[in-house]
Design a protein around this ligand. Structure first.
Ligand SMILES: N[C@@H](CCC(=O)N[C@@H](CS)C(=O)NCC(=O)O)C(=O)O
Length: 235
């Protein structure tokens, strides 16, 4: 029997101030009903209780329960979760694309976001945190951190962000086919963080800045933001 949405209970194991936000946004945009199971960071990390849901203990985790059989699926990894949601819940191609080539491009971004874009950004972020160590350690740490950054992550962040800027220029203001898709939603988090953490400047990436403004002006984004505000978090 084909599963219908009314047969399913959908739960998002959501960590405050995390990339799990974009899964709420994805589900809200597709008008999928779901419950948020909130977790609050402890010393900036996810609480141990998240490991009881999935051994990796990372958020987001998507739980799908069949109301009839009681069978549960536990899905981890944003790209895989997005792929699952788009395949099973986006039957009207709202965030997919009817064109097979365009749809493949959307798939590319589901892998690219966590595979190539997130890692150098994360490396720059960790190096920036290391530089905040107390003086005089900070003096030495800054020299080492700058060397690592210059040798790899700074240039790689530029390489990745230049690519994203060019993709937006070539795709009429979005990542795929001049309209909002799952690609824009999954890519929003690393790009927002790049601006927030000052690894990207508006003058260098004006199209990316404009794209972020456009996609975050959607009613679905606003309603997801309201949900996390109601839980006492910012994103
Ligand atoms: N590649 C994974 C990364 C998941 C991940 O690292 N999530 C962060 C939130 S932004 C987390 O759960 N951090 C908790 C921790 O580090 O303890 C995905 O895309 O789902």
């Amino acid at each position: 029997m084909k599963q219908t949405m009314s047969n399913l209970l959908v739960r998002v194991h959501w960590l405050n101030k995390s990339r799990a936000f974009r899964l709420l946004w994805l589900l809200d945009h597709l008008k999928v009903e779901y419950e948020i199971i909130p977790y609050m960071r402890v010393n900036n990390r996810a609480p141990e209780s998240l490991k009881k849901i999935h051994p990796l203990g990372r958020s987001p985790i998507l739980e799908i329960e069949d109301k009839v059989t009681g069978k549960k699926k536990i899905l981890a990894e944003s790209g895989y979760i997005f792929q699952y949601v788009l395949e099973h819940f986006d039957t009207d191609n709202i965030l997919k694309n009817e064109d097979i080539d365009m749809n493949e491009k959307i798939q590319f971004y589901l892998f690219y976001t966590e595979g190539s874009l997130q890692s150098p950004l994360m490396m720059e972020y960790i190096l920036s945190l290391a530089k905040e160590s107390p003086f005089p350690i900070s003096y030495l740490v800054t020299i080492v951190a700058n060397k690592i950054s210059e040798a790899y992550s700074k240039g790689e962040v530029k390489n990745q962000l230049d690519f994203v800027e060019a993709e937006i220029a070539n795709n009429r203001g979005y990542l795929v086919d001049g309209k909002l898709s799952g690609a824009d939603i999954i890519m929003s988090f690393p790009c927002q963080m790049a601006f927030l953490r000052k690894f990207a400047k508006e003058e260098d990436y004006p199209l990316m800045k404009k794209w972020l403004e456009t996609i975050t002006a959607t009613p679905s984004y606003k309603s997801s933001i309201e949900k996390v505000h109601a839980l006492g978090s910012s994103m």
